[in-house]
Write a protein that binds this ligand. Structure first.
Ligand SMILES: [Ca+2]
Ligand SMILES: [Ca+2]
Ligand SMILES: [Ca+2]
Length: 446
């Protein structure tokens, strides 16, 4: 197995050089890519305590009937699931029983109609764990016939060189690369692919792991790469937020930030708030108390933000994680296994990874409302925070205002509060309709 270290340069938009150095120091990720052969050899299903055949066939059949999955859950598993301690820590596996019960009670499991914008370094949208879960812009895809048949070989809106949906960007079929101002935001760094994998890796496909919300639609928005400067990062971040809001994302996942607030950034997150978009943000990797030293955008006092700290396997706060009462919740963030570019898998650490777990949970909870009512970030945030488990040494909420992310806990809140929620809808957050999402791995030019 090859082993190499990758240093993730931070979003430098409003970091001082000191903070920048600190971020570098605390953001060393150890990526351990597994070759196809190693993945194959690791797929010893007998040692995997979490694979799906443990479920009675009749329940699996009911899930398949509800979700429309074409391939049997019993025929395929995710061979690296037993290395994914983070999923176990948030109760992902034990939550299958309530999930099964929920299915039987007509509550919808994870839905591809929920759209999550991953504002990051781009995504390897060809990764086998992700390619079926990439959001497709319906206005920039589908058959297209040129007036002059010899003018272009392209016969699809995704590659005709036209802004078919009039949003100012040409051929933005699967998000946008704001760094290079081009469609198809491929990830040449690794961070964004890793985040996307935690949220949305396909489950039961015989490969790798499972995302927390394995069928959610991921909208890749690239705001950062190692060649861009700090001011560009801020501008690109704001553009990415604005794109996510305009194009119908329900949730924005953002791992970046810095010590200084930025008016344009705050305005974009406020716009997200007005439009009913949930904003899940990393608390930062400076190891300090955010109530004394705020970290933005996580620390903007806006209702739609969930700020996330990171813990280890013992649910202890990482020394690198920011903390404090302004931070809402903690989630796994040390040595997290997920997807990296090139169809590989590796581990990374930090509040970025913890944030992705919370985003995945939010997408799962948002799916519960599908077919019943529009997405309401207020109820999703409430379920997540009310369903959190106690965190060691957090009796007085010194570390985070709630506790540790719990999928079963938050799902229980969603089910238990179903009746109350209808009353609360008298004053809902701005609604975003859940609409069918087109998906096809064949839409991309590699
Ligand atoms: Ca367009
Ligand atoms: Ca086009
Ligand atoms: Ca998988």
């Amino acid at each position: 197995m090859s082993l190499f270290d990758v240093t993730f340069r931070p979003p430098t938009k409003h970091l001082s050089w000191f903070a920048f150095g600190l971020f570098l120091f605390q953001s060393i990720f150890y990526i351990q890519p597994l070759s196809a052969k190693e993945i194959e050899s690791s797929s010893n299903h007998a040692k995997n305590p979490y694979h799906y055949p443990a479920f009675p066939k009749e329940l699996v059949a009911k899930i398949e009937g509800k979700t429309g999955k074409r391939e049997s859950l019993t025929s395929q598993v995710d061979p690296l699931l037993n290395q994914d301690w983070g999923l176990a820590d948030i109760g992902f596996f034990e939550s299958f029983t309530p999930l099964v019960q929920a299915v039987q009670n007509q509550v919808t499991p994870c839905s591809n109609q929920v759209v999550v914008a991953v504002v990051d370094t781009g995504i390897d949208y060809t990764h086998p764990e992700l390619r079926n879960n990439i959001w497709i812009n319906a206005g920039e895809s589908g058959p297209w016939t040129p007036k002059n048949p010899s003018s272009t070989p392209c016969r699809d809106k995704s590659c005709n060189g036209l802004d078919d949906d009039n949003n100012g960007l040409i051929d933005d079929v699967a998000g946008w690369d704001f760094v290079n101002n081009q469609p198809l935001p491929f990830d040449t760094h690794g961070h964004g692919t890793h985040i996307a994998g935690i949220i949305a890796s396909e489950s039961s496909n015989g490969i790798g792991i499972s995302g927390v919300c394995p069928q959610v639609s991921i909208m890749p928005l690239k705001y950062y790469d190692s060649g861009s400067n700090g001011m560009n990062n801020l501008q690109n971040t704001v553009k990415a937020f604005q794109y996510a809001i305009r194009m119908g994302a329900h949730i924005i996942n953002y791992s970046g930030g810095g010590a200084e607030p930025a008016a344009a950034e705050r305005a974009a997150v406020e716009e997200a708030n007005r439009k009913g978009v949930l904003f899940v943000a990393a608390a930062g990797n400076d190891g300090h108390d955010n109530s004394a030293q705020p970290y933005y955008p996580a620390s903007y006092p806006l209702d739609n933000i969930i700020g996330v700290a990171s813990v280890n396997q013992k649910n202890q706060l990482l020394s690198s994680s920011n903390f404090g009462k302004p931070v809402h919740i903690a989630a796994p963030g040390l040595g997290i296994l997920s997807t990296v570019p090139g169809g590989k898998f590796g581990t990374m650490s930090g509040t970025s990874q913890a944030t992705a777990f919370v985003t995945g949970a939010a997408a799962l909870l948002a799916s519960q409302a599908k077919g019943k009512r529009p997405f309401d970030y207020k109820e999703v945030k409430e379920w997540i925070l009310a369903g959190a488990k106690p965190l060691p040494s957090n009796e007085n909420h010194e570390w985070v205002s709630s506790g540790l992310l719990s999928i079963p806990g938050s799902l229980a809140q969603a089910v238990k509060n179903e009746v109350d929620t209808k009353k609360k809808l008298a004053s809902p957050a701005p609604a975003i309709a859940l609409v069918p999402v087109l998906k096809s791995k064949k839409k991309f030019r590699d």
